[in-house]
Write a protein that binds this ligand. Structure first.
Ligand SMILES: NC(=O)c1ccc[n+]([C@@H]2O[C@H](COP(=O)([O-])OP(=O)(O)OC[C@H]3O[C@@H](n4cnc5c(N)ncnc54)[C@H](OP(=O)(O)O)[C@@H]3O)[C@@H](O)[C@H]2O)c1
Length: 299
């Protein structure tokens, strides 16, 4: 089985590089090799390599910048994805792609299911939804994994920012009225590998193809997320770090950002759990490991 991976240097891409390697011949590409802003490059690499599966972990992910760079966000998150879907269809291959909780407006009171109607609040969310729609329309052999609040010891993310700020500042104010499930890039990559194993095992394509919500279980706010990360760093022996009582909750209104985020980012993961017979761990499960990896780097 030949697997192509786009976005090898991103948070999820790096973990996929690890988790997909035992599954077949894995060819990985970063921006230098395949720039998603150059449509010909995408077509050329797919028609040359003729993969069985393309896993696209590359995306324009700068949520706030997308408000002013919406054309670029749409080119990378939607138009480039359309090209992938068309080329992959020609190969009769699978396209595995990632999307986001930000396709929803967050007004629902309970976790979002795959059946809920998306209604993105931000340009980033709109561009990701457009990419999803192209895939659903063009290539029946697809898996779209919508995930949320991704963290990893590589790249930039909220957890790393909080750790850095907790070492620099005497006080932190963190939003406490948006709710979701922090999800490690490791978990996303491991579940992707399980899904690909199902493809390898020739499970009926109609049973597997579709959109799935892939997030850790449980819920917290950004404030709860920050406190847990800092508490774990303390437990790992991190010195000169902010005391938990100096982390204060604030409202979304008190922390205005260019892009509006959904208040409720919770994703219902019943479908993915049932289809792939998996148990999604609580979001805190990978935080200890993350804090350990960060402390190792420091010493
Ligand atoms: N991060 C989150 O909290 C979050 C939440 C929900 C869903 N998601 C989705 O999960 C997926 C993976 O996200 P992530 O957190 O791993 O993102 P990430 O760390 O920002 O990685 C994205 C990768 O895409 C690459 N990229 C950007 N523009 C490109 C271009 N023009 N051509 C080629 N590559 C390009 C980047 O390349 P460089 O390394 O060269 O910059 C980067 O390696 C994405 O689909 C994202 O929308 C993420």
């Amino acid at each position: 089985m030949k697997i192509l991976l786009f976005g090898k240097n991103g948070q999820v891409g790096r973990e996929l590089n690890r988790s997909l390697s035992p599954l077949g011949t894995l060819l990985t590409f970063g921006r230098d090799e395949v720039d998603l802003d150059k449509k010909d490059t995408i077509s050329n690499i797919i028609s040359k390599e003729k993969p069985d599966i393309l896993v696209n972990a590359a995306a324009y992910t700068a949520v706030d910048c997308a408000e002013t760079e919406s054309k670029l966000a749409h080119r990378i998150n939607a138009e480039a994805v359309e090209v992938m879907a068309k080329e992959i269809l020609k190969q009769n291959a699978w396209l595995i792609h990632y999307s986001t909780d930000y396709v929803f407006d967050g007004k629902k009171q309970t976790p979002y299911t795959e059946e809920d109607l998306p209604s993105p609040l931000s340009e980033y969310g709109k561009s990701k939804l457009k990419g999803e729609n192209f895939i659903r329309k063009i290539n029946p052999k697809h898996m779209i994994f919508r995930t949320s609040w991704v963290f990893s010891s590589h790249g930039s993310n909220f957890a790393k920012t909080m750790l850095r700020l907790a070492k620099e500042k005497n006080e932190l104010k963190v939003v406490n009225d948006q709710f979701g499930a922090p999800t490690s890039a490791e978990l996303i990559a491991d579940v992707t590998a399980i899904a690909i194993s199902c493809i390898k095992n020739n499970i009926d394509e109609k049973e597997l193809s579709g959109t799935y919500h892939l997030a850790a279980s449980g819920k917290t706010s950004w404030y709860g997320f920050a406190k847990t990360v800092i508490k774990e760093a303390q437990a790992q022996g991190s010195k000169h770090i902010l005391k938990l009582e100096n982390i204060n909750p604030i409202s979304t209104e008190e922390y205005p950002t260019p892009a509006t985020r959904p208040q409720n980012s919770r994703l219902d993961t019943a479908k993915i759990s049932k289809t792939f017979e998996i148990t999604l761990p609580n979001w805190k499960h990978h935080i200890a490991r993350f804090a350990y990896q960060q402390s190792e780097k420091k010493t």
